[in-house]
Every structure is written in C-alpha cells, then in structure tokens.
Design a protein around this ligand. Structure first.
Ligand code: NAP
Length: 672
C-alpha cells in the first residue's frame, strides 16, 4: 500500500525517498510512505486561501454540525480501520481506545460547540469589565479565529485519536489543519483521513495530510499559524528551537513524554476493593497498547506496609496476560509498533535496571498465534526500586512500552515528593477512600501534574481510567510533559483562536459581540416581545413595564402562602437590627414574581418555556410602599434547532427613584 499525501486537493504518491513500513506482528511489508518533494508552501497557501476563509464563514454551530456529520460517517465506516491497525500491534481493545475514542472526541466537540458556543463567528471570554465610574467605557475579551493554519505533528501510538483530538477543536475554532502523523503508523491515519474526505462534512482545504517528512514547512509558517506537537521530549526540544519559529513568535504546543505515577493510598490494604482496583488499573495501563501510551503508569508508589502484597498481586495478574496476535480475541496484549521500538524499550529498561531489580519479566513469553522472532512482542516488565530517593533514572527515563517500577513511600509528604520527581507529568492517580489524603496530595502535587485522578470503591464502576484523556478535561502537563495543554472542552478550541481585549462604549461592545451590554442603547419595542418570533427579536429590544406598588399585605400574603416567614419580612424590630435592612422588606422572590407578572404576555405565542435564570442579584431592599418597574431587554439569541432558539433577556428592576433593586438574566425558548 502506498501512503499518499493529500496536498491542495490532490493525492501525491510516495517518491524514491519512501521507507517501507512493516507489520508489527509478522514483520512483512505493509506500506510505503515518504516523499521528499512535497510542496509544503502550496499546502499553506491552499489552506489560507480555501479552507481558512470557508471555515471562518461558518459559525461555531455550523462547524459543530459539520463535526457531527464527519464523526457519524467515521462511526459507520470504522471497521476497516480496526483491521488495518492490527498491523501496528494494536488489539481490538487498543483500537477501541484509538478509533472509537477519537470519533467520540469529535462527537463531544460537536455537542459542546452547539451547547457552549454562540451561533456566531466570535465568542466572548469572561465578564464585562467596568473601566469607568458611570459605565460609558467598558472592557471585554473576545476570541476570533486565527487566519492561519494549524500544523499538527502526531506521535505513532494513536494514529486516529491523535489526529482527531487535535483536529476537532481546531476545526471548531475555524482553523484549517495540515496533519503530519508519525510515519510508522501513518497508513492507519491515511485510511481515516480518506473517510473524513468522503464524509464531505468540511469545505475543501480544511485539512491536508503529510505522509513522511514535513520538509521546509516549519520554516514557512507565519505568526497566525500554530504548531501542535505530540511526541518525545527530544523531538519537541529540537522542533520548538527552530529559529524561524522563535523569531516569529509562532505558538508551539508540546505534548511529550511523561513519567506518570499511581499512588496506593496509606488506607488501602490487601483484600480491599481499592487494592484490587489499584492492581487492575496498574496492569491495564502496563498492557494496553503494549504500554505505548503517554499516560501509562510508569511509577507505582506503595506504602512500605503493603508494597510486598501489591507487588505479588501485580505479578500474578501480569502472568495471566496473554501476549500475541492482536487480531485474536484471546490476546490481551499485542505487539509494540516495531522491533526497533521493542529494542529501544529493552535498552531503556536496562538503564532502569541500574537502579532497580526486575521482579517480573519473561525472557521468552508464550506468544498467542504469532511468532516472537518476527513480531515486536515483549513481556511486561515490573521493576522494584527500594531506594527511590536516590534513583534519578527511575523518575526521568521513559521506557515507552509495558514497563513500570514499583517503589515504597513513608508517608503522604514523601509520596508527594516522589510524585513530583517526574519533573512534570500528564497524570497522577491516587487510589484512596481517605478524603484528607486526596486533599493533601492535591495541595502538594497538583502543580506538577496536568490531571489528578482519584478513584475508590464508590467511583470505580463509572470511572474512566487513569490513562484516558477525555475531551472534557485538560490533557497536557507542565515541565517534562511539555508544558502544553489540549482538550478541556471549549478551552481546547480557544488554543486555536486569538484572544483580544476590546474597550469602548457599551454600544460598541454590544455591536461587536452581538450581545446586549448594560448601558447600551435600548430599542423601545413596537409590539410586546412575547408576541415576536425568535427571528423578529432584535438585540437590545426593550419592554418597560410597571410600576407596581408593594404593600405590607403583599409581603404577609407571600410569606404565609410560601411558608417563607423569615424575620426580615415579618418582624420589624429584628429586621431593623439587621445591618442590611431598614425594617421589614419584600422577599426577593416576591419581586421576581411581580416582575414576571409585569412583563409576561399571557396568551399562547412564540415563547414556549422559561428554561432558567442566571446571575440574580438583589442590590437594594424594597419596603412596603415602594413601587417597582421592570425592563426586559433582549440580550442574546442562540438558535438551538430548526424549530426554536434560546433567548437570553437582561431583566432589570428599579424602584420609584429609578434605583436598581435587582437584575438577572432570564432564559426562554422561542419559536424561530
Ligand atoms: P517522536 O519520535 O518524537 O515523533 C513524534 C512526531 O514528530 C512524529 O510525527 C515524527 O515524525 C515527528 N518528527 C520527528 N522528527 C521530526 C522533524 N525533524 N521534523 C518534523 N517532524 C518530526 O515520537 P513517537 O516515537 O512518534 O511517539 C512516542 C513518544 O510520544 C513517547 O515519548 C510518548 O510519551 C510521546 N507521546 C506523548 C503524548 C502526549 O499526549 N503527551 C501522546 C502520545 C505519545 P516521523 O515519525 O516521520 O519521524
């Protein structure tokens, strides 16, 4: 099979510089990849003039719908990918993580794009900042799509997830991508890429593929472009020090290797649910993808009192792991990606052995349905290091395979110190029921890890696993782990957008953000807004209603009707003694109810439901005898489907002296 590159809308075959890629299982040639003459400038130009403008024309919701269409197509056609991935040594379960996990990630971004981002091409960041005494000059932060190209350089271990987890937030952000998978497994990536094109979900130029070397690409990018890298620390260091990238301040995000650890809590003893859970998590992390996972557990920290029990239990479970042909249902652990990778892991394991002893390894493991001579198979290896304080190698050398080191700790402080010796990791897990242990480790170690994963008998049935980066949660870590950040829901989308501070009058901020900001001009409505359809409502359209006087009878009636006879509403002396009240005051909820009574138009119409309320605050007490009026202002509109959309209303209550007494954001669902 030739692994072609996809450049400016055309496929380009490998040239004479191509390398032969071999099956991890049989050693036979499965593909050729590489082309030394790719026109990477043409790729950048095509993305900038075709993909980028077309994507930026689409709103977040349009892009989210396109992601869903693409993910649905991939889901319907994914079986061929699993078959192909057997050649990389991946079992069916490994491919479920890679392929289903990748497609699932796209679905999550599709859903988040529609639920959490506006149906617009820019989005807001945070709250309005008051920059002036009278509110005529405000500040706000916004994100717009970068008019450049995202260059994605991926590691070999997840040929599908690695591509999709970067691509989904990139496309949602409105940025086209050039994808460069690791050469050794790029035939699986290409097969998935072809399906993505067949889905016809995205405009031409949204994504292109490089099989082989990036050539001159990193010297051709500009300041609007972004490089997102996943791979080893050494390659990351090499690439991010490219002078052209440094000179032009081109963002470079690195996800690199990591000495992740798992801690068995001091409260956990052999025979408990937590103990068995720890053994399962550790063995799963050691053997899934034959340990070729950036988040795999490389270091196991156990209390001195239970380290022997834990070592024995892990050894027992590892001994029952069937290694062999990944295509067989009976195989639990497949092969490493290549014999070169296996040799590399064995070499790094020898370095670890200068500080540890092997307590489990099998020089000639039984191979299920395959041949150890031709395939890249190896036994899981459990090492034990009894003096982890004086063993730098254990905390710094990554054997990127089924290798892990167990070590004792004295107390939580010591466990945290050892956790942090990894110099910055993607994830650390703690198996404990003790909430104090969780808090202590968090305070001592959170700053050294991108993710902390706690698990125990109460959460284990629904927990997602130490090693699973989730699209909802941040993936990345400080220091050794690369200092980058990916995923994390909408946070991940913003990595591909430019944040800009905007300052100006509320009218300007309203116009820029398509979101009414207090202080902007109100448009007096010509018809009651509840009689208008979603599409007929204008941002800033306002209904003024009231006044209505509040009487003592109203307060008494409301108190007895609801049962809320709190002293501030019922007892004049007690209320007066309270520093907030002049005497008995109206219930806040009474004011809300009266406000609704003032602004609601009762007949059936385009308003279908009141779906919530946000940001309620009471600014001034209202006493019997005061009168309240209400302003109902269209703040933001978000289309939800072909039938209806959400309208957010800014609601302001004021008294007879025009002093604001309460404000909130009301949500309704309106017919389009
Ligand atoms: P790698 O050798 O560093 O390669 C990573 C990527 O960089 C590949 O696409 C590779 O392409 C490319 N590359 C290498 N040299 C390059 C150059 N001079 N110019 C442009 N691109 C270049 O890593 P790997 O062996 O594929 O992956 C294993 C490592 O990745 C492990 O250390 C693992 O911990 C880490 N990893 C980290 C994460 C994470 O999220 N943090 C996830 C997965 C893996 P070629 O294949 O063509 O050389």
């Amino acid at each position: 099979m030739n692994v072609d590159s996809y450049i400016a809308g055309h496929w380009q075959a490998p040239d004479d510089s191509a390398v032969v890629l071999r099956s991890a299982v049989t050693g036979q040639a499965v593909a050729r990849a590489g082309n030394a003459t790719l026109d990477t400038q043409a790729m950048l130009d095509y993305a900038r003039t075709n993909g980028g403008p077309a994507l930026r024309e689409m709103t977040f919701h349009d892009r989210a719908r396109a992601l869903k269409k693409m993910a649905t197509y991939l889901n319907d056609h994914k079986h061929s990918l699993t078959e192909l991935a057997f050649n990389t040594g991946a079992t069916r379960a490994d491919s479920a993580i890679d392929i289903d996990g990748g497609i699932g990630t796209v679905f999550v971004f599709a859903s988040k794009g529609r639920r959490e981002l506006p149906d617009d091409t820019l989005c807001s960041d945070g709250e309005i900042e008051q920059l002036s005494r009278n509110g005529s000059f405000l500040g706000h932060h916004i994100y717009t799509s970068k008019p450049g190209v995202a260059v994605h350089i991926n590691a070999y271990n997840f040929p599908v997830w690695g591509m999709l987890e970067k691509l989904a937030p990139t496309l949602l952000a409105g940025m086209p991508a050039i994808i460069k998978p690791a050469t050794s497994t790029c035939y699986v990536t290409m097969a998935c890429f072809k399906l993505m094109l067949q889905s016809e979900a995205f405009p031409a130029g949204s994504f292109q593929l490089i099989a082989g070397s990036t050539g001159k690409l990193l010297n051709q990018v500009g300041y609007h472009d972004v490089i997102s890298f996943t791979g080893s620390a050494s390659t990351a260091t090499l690439l991010k020090s490219t002078p052209h990238l440094l000179q032009h301040s081109i963002p470079f995000t690195a996800e690199q290797d990591s000495l992740n650890a798992s801690v068995l809590g001091p409260d956990v003893v052999a025979g408990s649910a937590e103990f068995d859970l720890a053994v399962d998590e550790i063995c799963t992390e050691m053997t899934t993808k034959a340990g070729q996972k950036c988040t795999a557990i490389r270091r196991i920290l156990a209390p001195q009192s239970s380290i022997d029990d834990l070592t024995d239990a892990i050894k027992e479970q590892l001994a029952s792991t069937r290694i062999g042909d990944p295509a067989l249902e009976t195989t639990r652990m497949g092969a490493l990606v290549s014999t070169a990778q296996r040799d590399d892991v064995q070499q790094t394991t020898r370095q670890l052995l200068t500080r540890a002893t092997a307590v489990y390894s099998d020089a000639k493991p039984e191979i299920n349905g395959a041949d150890i001579e031709t395939g890249a198979f190896m036994s899981p290896v459990l090492l034990r290091c009894n003096d982890p304080d004086n063993a730098d190698e254990i905390h710094s050398i990554e054997a990127f395979g089924p290798v892990s080191t167990i070590m004792p700790y004295r107390d939580i402080t010591h466990a945290s110190e050892l956790l942090n010796r990894g110099g910055g990791s993607l994830v650390a897990s703690v198996i404990t029921q003790d909430t104090n242990t969780a808090r202590q480790i968090t305070l001592a170690s959170a700053a050294s890890h991108g993710r902390l994963y706690f698990n125990n008998r109460h959460s284990m049935k629904e927990s997602t696993g130490h090693g699973s980066p989730l699209p909802h949660m941040v993936h990345g870590g400080p220091g050794r782990a690369g200092g980058g950040e990916e995923l994390g829901g909408v946070r991940g989308v913003k990595h591909y957008m430019q944040r800009t501070a905007i300052q100006g009058h509320p009218d300007i901020i309203t116009a820029v953000t398509s979101q009414y900001v207090a202080g902007a001009a109100e448009i007096e409505t010509d018809t009651h807004p509840f009689r208008k359809r979603f599409s007929q409502l204008a941002i800033g359209e306002t209904l003024h209603a009231g006044p209505r006087q509040i009487t003592l009878d109203d307060i008494e009636h409301f108190a007895h009707f609801t049962g809320d006879t709190f002293y501030a509403h019922m007892d004049e002396d007690a209320a007066r003694a309270n520093p907030f009240f002049p005497g008995r005051v109206a219930h806040g909820y009474l004011l809300l109810s009266f406000a609704a009574g003032l602004f609601v138009d009762p007949d059936p119409g385009p308003v279908l439901a009141n779906t919530g309320l946000e940001g309620l605050s009471f600014q001034k007490p209202v006493s019997a005898g005061d009168s309240i009026s209400v302003s109902l202002i269209v703040k933001r509109k978000t289309k939800r489907n072909d039938d209806y959309g959400e309208v957010r209303w800014h609601v302001r209550l004021h008294n007879q002296n025009d002093e604001q007494v309460a404000s909130y954001e009301l949500h309704t669902m309106n017919q389009l």
